[in-house]
Design a protein around this ligand. Sequence first.
Ligand code: PMP
Length: 390
Amino acid sequence: MADIFDKKPIAVIGEMAETGVSPYYRTAEPNAVMAGCNDYLGLATDPRLIDAATTATARYGTSCSGSRILNGTLPLHEELEARLAAFLGCEAALVTTTGFQANLAVGTLLGPGDAAFSDMANHASLVDGVQLGQGTRFRYRHGDLAHLRRLLAAAAPDAGKLIVTDGMFSMEGDLCPLPGLRELADRYGARLVVDGAHDIGLLGARGSGVAEHFGMPGAVDLLSGTFSKCFGSLGGLLAGPARIVEYLRYSARPVLFSAAMSPASAAAALTALDIIETEPARRERVFDHAERLHNGLRALGFATAPSITPVVPVHIGRSRLCLRMWQALHDAGVHTNAVVTPAVPRGRALIRVTPQATHTDEQITRILDAFAGCGRRLGLVAGRAERAEH
Ligand code: PMP
Protein backbone atom coordinates (compact mmCIF):
# COMPACT_ATOMS: atom_id res chain seq x y z
CA MET A 1 0.00 0.00 0.00
CA ALA A 2 1.28 3.47 -0.81
CA ASP A 3 2.42 5.59 2.12
CA ILE A 4 1.07 9.08 1.64
CA PHE A 5 4.30 10.41 3.21
CA ASP A 6 6.46 8.90 0.42
CA LYS A 7 7.09 11.98 -1.70
CA LYS A 8 9.47 12.49 -4.57
CA PRO A 9 11.74 15.41 -3.58
CA ILE A 10 11.24 18.44 -5.80
CA ALA A 11 14.01 19.11 -8.32
CA VAL A 12 15.56 22.04 -6.52
CA ILE A 13 16.42 19.84 -3.51
CA GLY A 14 18.65 17.71 -5.76
CA GLU A 15 20.09 20.81 -7.40
CA MET A 16 20.91 22.28 -3.99
CA ALA A 17 22.64 19.05 -2.94
CA GLU A 18 24.65 18.94 -6.21
CA THR A 19 25.78 22.55 -6.03
CA GLY A 20 26.10 22.76 -2.25
CA VAL A 21 24.10 26.01 -2.40
CA SER A 22 21.14 26.48 -0.10
CA PRO A 23 19.44 29.84 -0.62
CA TYR A 24 16.08 29.08 0.98
CA TYR A 25 14.86 29.51 4.56
CA ARG A 26 18.07 31.37 5.27
CA THR A 27 18.45 34.17 7.74
CA ALA A 28 20.07 37.11 5.99
CA GLU A 29 23.60 38.05 7.08
CA PRO A 30 23.45 41.19 9.25
CA ASN A 31 26.04 43.05 7.15
CA ALA A 32 24.68 42.07 3.75
CA VAL A 33 22.77 44.53 1.58
CA MET A 34 19.18 43.27 1.59
CA ALA A 35 18.26 43.34 -2.09
CA GLY A 36 15.63 40.63 -1.95
CA CYS A 37 12.64 41.81 0.04
CA ASN A 38 9.39 43.51 -0.88
CA ASP A 39 9.64 46.34 1.62
CA TYR A 40 9.94 48.71 -1.36
CA LEU A 41 9.38 51.90 0.63
CA GLY A 42 11.60 50.78 3.50
CA LEU A 43 8.82 51.10 6.04
CA ALA A 44 9.23 47.84 7.99
CA THR A 45 11.99 49.40 10.08
CA ASP A 46 10.58 52.92 10.16
CA PRO A 47 10.48 54.17 13.79
CA ARG A 48 6.94 55.51 13.26
CA LEU A 49 5.62 52.06 12.35
CA ILE A 50 7.52 50.45 15.20
CA ASP A 51 6.07 53.01 17.57
CA ALA A 52 2.50 52.50 16.29
CA ALA A 53 2.85 48.71 16.57
CA THR A 54 4.26 48.97 20.09
CA THR A 55 1.53 51.33 21.27
CA ALA A 56 -1.21 49.12 19.76
CA THR A 57 0.28 46.03 21.38
CA ALA A 58 0.37 47.74 24.77
CA ARG A 59 -3.24 48.82 24.35
CA TYR A 60 -4.86 45.75 22.73
CA GLY A 61 -2.43 42.88 23.37
CA THR A 62 -0.44 40.68 20.99
CA SER A 63 -3.32 38.86 19.31
CA CYS A 64 -6.98 39.25 18.44
CA SER A 65 -7.37 35.57 19.30
CA GLY A 66 -10.29 35.10 17.00
CA SER A 67 -11.86 36.04 13.69
CA ARG A 68 -13.09 39.47 12.70
CA ILE A 69 -16.71 38.33 12.63
CA LEU A 70 -16.86 37.14 16.24
CA ASN A 71 -14.46 38.90 18.57
CA GLY A 72 -11.49 40.08 16.51
CA THR A 73 -12.65 43.45 15.20
CA LEU A 74 -10.84 46.45 16.68
CA PRO A 75 -11.35 50.16 15.96
CA LEU A 76 -7.97 49.87 14.20
CA HIS A 77 -9.42 47.46 11.61
CA GLU A 78 -12.43 49.69 11.04
CA GLU A 79 -10.29 52.78 10.66
CA LEU A 80 -7.93 50.97 8.28
CA GLU A 81 -10.85 49.83 6.12
CA ALA A 82 -12.36 53.31 5.92
CA ARG A 83 -8.97 54.87 5.10
CA LEU A 84 -8.20 52.26 2.46
CA ALA A 85 -11.55 52.68 0.74
CA ALA A 86 -10.91 56.43 0.45
CA PHE A 87 -7.29 55.96 -0.66
CA LEU A 88 -8.16 53.37 -3.30
CA GLY A 89 -11.26 55.22 -4.52
CA CYS A 90 -13.58 52.31 -3.66
CA GLU A 91 -16.90 52.23 -1.80
CA ALA A 92 -15.69 49.75 0.81
CA ALA A 93 -12.72 47.69 1.95
CA LEU A 94 -12.18 44.59 4.07
CA VAL A 95 -8.89 43.75 5.72
CA THR A 96 -7.79 40.11 5.98
CA THR A 97 -5.05 38.31 7.87
CA THR A 98 -2.74 37.96 4.87
CA GLY A 99 -2.76 38.87 1.20
CA PHE A 100 -2.81 35.17 0.42
CA GLN A 101 -6.15 34.92 2.22
CA ALA A 102 -7.54 37.94 0.40
CA ASN A 103 -6.85 36.13 -2.87
CA LEU A 104 -8.30 32.87 -1.59
CA ALA A 105 -11.45 34.83 -0.75
CA VAL A 106 -11.78 35.84 -4.42
CA GLY A 107 -12.76 32.22 -5.19
CA THR A 108 -15.93 32.78 -3.14
CA LEU A 109 -17.30 34.80 -6.05
CA LEU A 110 -17.24 31.81 -8.41
CA GLY A 111 -20.39 29.70 -8.32
CA PRO A 112 -21.45 26.77 -10.51
CA GLY A 113 -21.90 27.92 -14.10
CA ASP A 114 -19.45 30.84 -13.71
CA ALA A 115 -16.18 31.12 -15.60
CA ALA A 116 -12.79 32.44 -14.40
CA PHE A 117 -10.07 33.68 -16.75
CA SER A 118 -6.59 33.88 -15.19
CA ASP A 119 -3.27 35.15 -16.45
CA MET A 120 -0.83 32.21 -16.48
CA ALA A 121 1.74 34.19 -14.49
CA ASN A 122 -0.63 35.05 -11.64
CA HIS A 123 0.59 34.66 -8.07
CA ALA A 124 0.04 31.26 -6.45
CA SER A 125 -2.54 32.71 -4.04
CA LEU A 126 -4.71 33.96 -6.90
CA VAL A 127 -4.34 30.61 -8.67
CA ASP A 128 -5.43 28.82 -5.49
CA GLY A 129 -8.27 31.29 -4.94
CA VAL A 130 -9.69 30.54 -8.39
CA GLN A 131 -9.14 26.83 -7.74
CA LEU A 132 -11.23 27.05 -4.57
CA GLY A 133 -14.14 28.52 -6.50
CA GLN A 134 -16.64 26.62 -8.60
CA GLY A 135 -17.39 26.81 -12.31
CA THR A 136 -14.99 26.58 -15.24
CA ARG A 137 -11.43 27.80 -15.19
CA PHE A 138 -9.49 29.14 -18.16
CA ARG A 139 -5.89 30.33 -18.23
CA TYR A 140 -4.71 32.85 -20.80
CA ARG A 141 -1.08 33.26 -21.84
CA HIS A 142 0.72 35.89 -19.82
CA GLY A 143 -0.52 39.36 -20.84
CA ASP A 144 -1.96 37.96 -24.10
CA LEU A 145 -5.17 39.91 -24.74
CA ALA A 146 -5.89 38.12 -28.04
CA HIS A 147 -5.79 34.77 -26.25
CA LEU A 148 -8.04 36.09 -23.47
CA ARG A 149 -10.48 37.46 -26.04
CA ARG A 150 -10.73 34.05 -27.74
CA LEU A 151 -11.40 32.35 -24.42
CA LEU A 152 -14.04 34.91 -23.46
CA ALA A 153 -15.72 34.63 -26.84
CA ALA A 154 -15.86 30.84 -26.58
CA ALA A 155 -17.36 30.79 -23.06
CA ALA A 156 -21.11 30.43 -22.51
CA PRO A 157 -22.55 33.92 -23.11
CA ASP A 158 -24.75 33.81 -20.02
CA ALA A 159 -21.99 32.58 -17.64
CA GLY A 160 -20.89 35.02 -14.93
CA LYS A 161 -17.33 35.91 -15.89
CA LEU A 162 -14.34 36.94 -13.78
CA ILE A 163 -10.97 38.03 -15.16
CA VAL A 164 -8.20 37.77 -12.56
CA THR A 165 -4.71 39.19 -12.86
CA ASP A 166 -1.80 40.48 -10.83
CA GLY A 167 -1.41 44.26 -11.24
CA MET A 168 2.40 44.18 -11.13
CA PHE A 169 3.75 40.68 -11.57
CA SER A 170 5.92 39.44 -8.73
CA MET A 171 8.62 37.60 -10.65
CA GLU A 172 9.30 39.86 -13.64
CA GLY A 173 8.00 43.19 -12.36
CA ASP A 174 5.90 43.80 -15.48
CA LEU A 175 2.39 45.28 -15.40
CA CYS A 176 -0.93 43.82 -16.50
CA PRO A 177 -2.31 45.38 -19.73
CA LEU A 178 -5.06 47.17 -17.82
CA PRO A 179 -6.63 49.21 -20.66
CA GLY A 180 -7.07 46.08 -22.82
CA LEU A 181 -8.34 44.02 -19.91
CA ARG A 182 -10.96 46.66 -19.06
CA GLU A 183 -12.08 46.81 -22.67
CA LEU A 184 -12.48 43.03 -22.88
CA ALA A 185 -14.27 42.91 -19.52
CA ASP A 186 -16.77 45.49 -20.79
CA ARG A 187 -17.22 43.80 -24.14
CA TYR A 188 -17.92 40.37 -22.63
CA GLY A 189 -19.72 41.46 -19.47
CA ALA A 190 -16.95 40.22 -17.19
CA ARG A 191 -15.79 41.58 -13.83
CA LEU A 192 -12.11 42.40 -13.39
CA VAL A 193 -10.18 41.47 -10.24
CA VAL A 194 -6.65 42.85 -9.85
CA ASP A 195 -4.19 41.75 -7.20
CA GLY A 196 -2.38 44.95 -6.30
CA ALA A 197 -0.02 43.24 -3.83
CA HIS A 198 3.07 44.79 -5.41
CA ASP A 199 1.67 48.01 -6.85
CA ILE A 200 -0.53 49.48 -4.10
CA GLY A 201 1.70 52.03 -2.38
CA LEU A 202 4.15 52.08 -5.27
CA LEU A 203 2.53 52.93 -8.60
CA GLY A 204 0.80 56.16 -9.57
CA ALA A 205 1.58 59.66 -8.30
CA ARG A 206 -0.52 59.04 -5.16
CA GLY A 207 0.64 55.46 -4.88
CA SER A 208 -2.82 53.96 -5.21
CA GLY A 209 -1.68 51.33 -7.71
CA VAL A 210 -1.87 50.13 -11.25
CA ALA A 211 -5.19 51.84 -12.17
CA GLU A 212 -3.73 55.21 -11.19
CA HIS A 213 -0.56 54.40 -13.14
CA PHE A 214 -2.64 53.90 -16.29
CA GLY A 215 -4.79 56.98 -15.55
CA MET A 216 -7.86 54.74 -15.25
CA PRO A 217 -9.48 55.38 -11.87
CA GLY A 218 -12.30 52.95 -11.22
CA ALA A 219 -11.10 50.51 -13.91
CA VAL A 220 -10.79 47.64 -11.45
CA ASP A 221 -13.99 46.03 -10.15
CA LEU A 222 -12.40 44.35 -7.14
CA LEU A 223 -8.91 44.93 -5.76
CA SER A 224 -6.95 42.63 -3.51
CA GLY A 225 -3.69 43.54 -1.83
CA THR A 226 -1.26 42.96 0.98
CA PHE A 227 0.36 44.91 3.79
CA SER A 228 3.51 42.78 3.63
CA LYS A 229 5.17 44.81 0.87
CA CYS A 230 4.84 48.60 0.56
CA PHE A 231 3.09 48.82 3.94
CA GLY A 232 5.93 47.15 5.88
CA SER A 233 3.43 45.14 7.90
CA LEU A 234 1.40 41.95 7.58
CA GLY A 235 -2.17 41.48 6.39
CA GLY A 236 -4.32 41.70 3.28
CA LEU A 237 -7.14 43.73 1.78
CA LEU A 238 -10.10 43.51 -0.55
CA ALA A 239 -11.66 46.72 -1.90
CA GLY A 240 -14.57 47.37 -4.23
CA PRO A 241 -18.30 48.06 -4.34
CA ALA A 242 -19.95 47.96 -0.90
CA ARG A 243 -22.36 45.17 -1.85
CA ILE A 244 -19.61 42.77 -2.89
CA VAL A 245 -17.33 43.61 0.04
CA GLU A 246 -20.31 42.98 2.34
CA TYR A 247 -20.96 39.67 0.58
CA LEU A 248 -17.33 38.61 1.13
CA ARG A 249 -17.48 39.66 4.79
CA TYR A 250 -20.14 37.04 5.41
CA SER A 251 -19.27 34.37 2.82
CA ALA A 252 -15.52 34.17 2.30
CA ARG A 253 -14.27 31.28 4.40
CA PRO A 254 -10.62 32.48 4.50
CA VAL A 255 -12.02 35.65 6.12
CA LEU A 256 -14.61 34.05 8.38
CA PHE A 257 -12.51 31.26 9.80
CA SER A 258 -9.12 32.80 10.46
CA ALA A 259 -7.96 35.08 13.27
CA ALA A 260 -7.95 38.82 12.58
CA MET A 261 -4.89 40.87 11.65
CA SER A 262 -2.98 41.50 14.90
CA PRO A 263 -3.28 44.91 16.59
CA ALA A 264 0.41 45.59 15.86
CA SER A 265 0.00 44.76 12.15
CA ALA A 266 -3.15 46.88 11.79
CA ALA A 267 -1.58 49.87 13.54
CA ALA A 268 1.61 49.59 11.47
CA ALA A 269 -0.44 49.41 8.26
CA LEU A 270 -2.38 52.55 9.23
CA THR A 271 0.82 54.47 9.89
CA ALA A 272 2.25 53.17 6.61
CA LEU A 273 -0.81 54.52 4.81
CA ASP A 274 -0.16 57.96 6.35
CA ILE A 275 3.40 57.81 5.00
CA ILE A 276 2.34 56.51 1.57
CA GLU A 277 -0.09 59.44 1.31
CA THR A 278 2.32 62.12 2.48
CA GLU A 279 5.80 61.06 1.34
CA PRO A 280 5.76 60.56 -2.44
CA ALA A 281 9.55 61.07 -2.46
CA ARG A 282 9.90 57.48 -1.25
CA ARG A 283 8.32 56.24 -4.47
CA GLU A 284 10.57 58.48 -6.55
CA ARG A 285 13.63 57.22 -4.72
CA VAL A 286 12.86 53.53 -5.18
CA PHE A 287 12.13 54.09 -8.88
CA ASP A 288 15.44 55.96 -9.25
CA HIS A 289 17.23 53.00 -7.68
CA ALA A 290 15.34 50.58 -9.92
CA GLU A 291 16.32 52.56 -13.01
CA ARG A 292 19.96 52.57 -11.95
CA LEU A 293 19.87 48.83 -11.38
CA HIS A 294 18.13 48.07 -14.68
CA ASN A 295 20.54 50.27 -16.64
CA GLY A 296 23.62 49.16 -14.73
CA LEU A 297 22.86 45.47 -15.07
CA ARG A 298 22.06 45.81 -18.75
CA ALA A 299 25.30 47.74 -19.33
CA LEU A 300 27.17 44.88 -17.68
CA GLY A 301 25.57 42.48 -20.15
CA PHE A 302 22.90 40.91 -17.95
CA ALA A 303 19.46 40.19 -19.36
CA THR A 304 16.93 42.12 -17.30
CA ALA A 305 13.29 42.62 -18.25
CA PRO A 306 12.30 45.77 -20.13
CA SER A 307 10.06 46.76 -17.20
CA ILE A 308 11.14 49.72 -15.07
CA THR A 309 9.58 48.68 -11.78
CA PRO A 310 11.49 47.88 -8.59
CA VAL A 311 11.21 44.15 -9.25
CA VAL A 312 14.40 43.68 -11.26
CA PRO A 313 14.64 40.18 -12.71
CA VAL A 314 18.07 39.06 -13.90
CA HIS A 315 17.65 36.13 -16.26
CA ILE A 316 20.18 33.39 -15.67
CA GLY A 317 18.69 30.33 -17.41
CA ARG A 318 19.55 27.05 -15.73
CA SER A 319 18.67 26.45 -12.09
CA ARG A 320 22.12 25.23 -11.03
CA LEU A 321 23.82 28.27 -12.48
CA CYS A 322 21.23 30.47 -10.77
CA LEU A 323 22.01 28.82 -7.42
CA ARG A 324 25.74 29.37 -7.95
CA MET A 325 25.16 33.00 -8.83
CA TRP A 326 23.02 33.44 -5.72
CA GLN A 327 25.85 31.98 -3.58
CA ALA A 328 28.48 34.19 -5.22
CA LEU A 329 26.34 37.29 -4.57
CA HIS A 330 25.72 36.13 -1.03
CA ASP A 331 29.47 35.72 -0.45
CA ALA A 332 29.91 39.24 -1.84
CA GLY A 333 27.49 40.54 0.82
CA VAL A 334 24.35 40.96 -1.27
CA HIS A 335 21.16 39.08 -0.42
CA THR A 336 18.99 38.41 -3.51
CA ASN A 337 16.28 35.89 -4.40
CA ALA A 338 17.10 32.78 -6.45
CA VAL A 339 13.91 32.03 -8.39
CA VAL A 340 13.97 28.56 -9.95
CA THR A 341 11.46 25.94 -11.12
CA PRO A 342 8.64 25.50 -10.10
CA ALA A 343 8.26 29.26 -9.45
CA VAL A 344 9.32 29.89 -13.08
CA PRO A 345 9.33 27.55 -16.12
CA ARG A 346 12.33 25.20 -16.54
CA GLY A 347 15.35 26.95 -18.05
CA ARG A 348 14.03 30.39 -17.02
CA ALA A 349 15.67 30.67 -13.59
CA LEU A 350 16.37 34.20 -12.47
CA ILE A 351 17.86 36.26 -9.69
CA ARG A 352 15.34 38.79 -8.44
CA VAL A 353 16.68 42.06 -7.11
CA THR A 354 14.43 44.51 -5.30
CA PRO A 355 15.69 47.94 -4.20
CA GLN A 356 14.18 49.88 -1.31
CA ALA A 357 13.65 53.60 -0.89
CA THR A 358 15.93 53.45 2.15
CA HIS A 359 18.90 52.02 0.22
CA THR A 360 21.77 54.47 -0.12
CA ASP A 361 23.38 55.19 -3.49
CA GLU A 362 26.45 53.35 -2.18
CA GLN A 363 24.39 50.25 -1.50
CA ILE A 364 23.07 50.26 -5.08
CA THR A 365 26.68 50.57 -6.26
CA ARG A 366 27.60 47.63 -4.05
CA ILE A 367 24.84 45.53 -5.62
CA LEU A 368 26.02 46.42 -9.14
CA ASP A 369 29.68 45.76 -8.26
CA ALA A 370 28.73 42.36 -6.84
CA PHE A 371 26.85 41.46 -10.04
CA ALA A 372 29.80 42.59 -12.15
CA GLY A 373 32.34 40.53 -10.20
CA CYS A 374 30.20 37.41 -9.75
CA GLY A 375 28.79 37.53 -13.29
CA ARG A 376 32.30 37.65 -14.77
CA ARG A 377 33.58 34.89 -12.53
CA LEU A 378 30.73 32.58 -13.53
CA GLY A 379 30.99 33.47 -17.21
CA LEU A 380 27.56 35.09 -17.31
CA VAL A 381 28.85 38.36 -18.69
CA ALA A 382 31.96 39.34 -20.61
CA GLY A 383 35.16 40.13 -18.78
CA ARG A 384 37.84 38.11 -17.08
CA ALA A 385 35.97 34.84 -16.65
CA GLU A 386 36.63 31.36 -15.46
CA ARG A 387 33.72 29.45 -16.97
CA ALA A 388 31.76 27.69 -14.30
CA GLU A 389 31.10 24.02 -14.75
CA HIS A 390 27.31 23.71 -14.81
N1 PMP B 1 -0.10 38.41 -4.27
C1 PMP B 1 1.14 38.58 -4.75
C2 PMP B 1 1.30 39.03 -6.17
C3 PMP B 1 2.25 38.33 -3.93
O1 PMP B 1 3.49 38.50 -4.41
C4 PMP B 1 2.03 37.92 -2.59
C5 PMP B 1 3.17 37.68 -1.61
N2 PMP B 1 4.30 37.10 -2.08
C6 PMP B 1 0.73 37.74 -2.15
C7 PMP B 1 -0.32 38.00 -3.00
C8 PMP B 1 0.43 37.24 -0.76
O2 PMP B 1 0.57 38.25 0.17
P1 PMP B 1 0.88 37.95 1.70
O3 PMP B 1 2.36 37.90 1.85
O4 PMP B 1 0.24 39.08 2.42
O5 PMP B 1 0.22 36.64 2.04
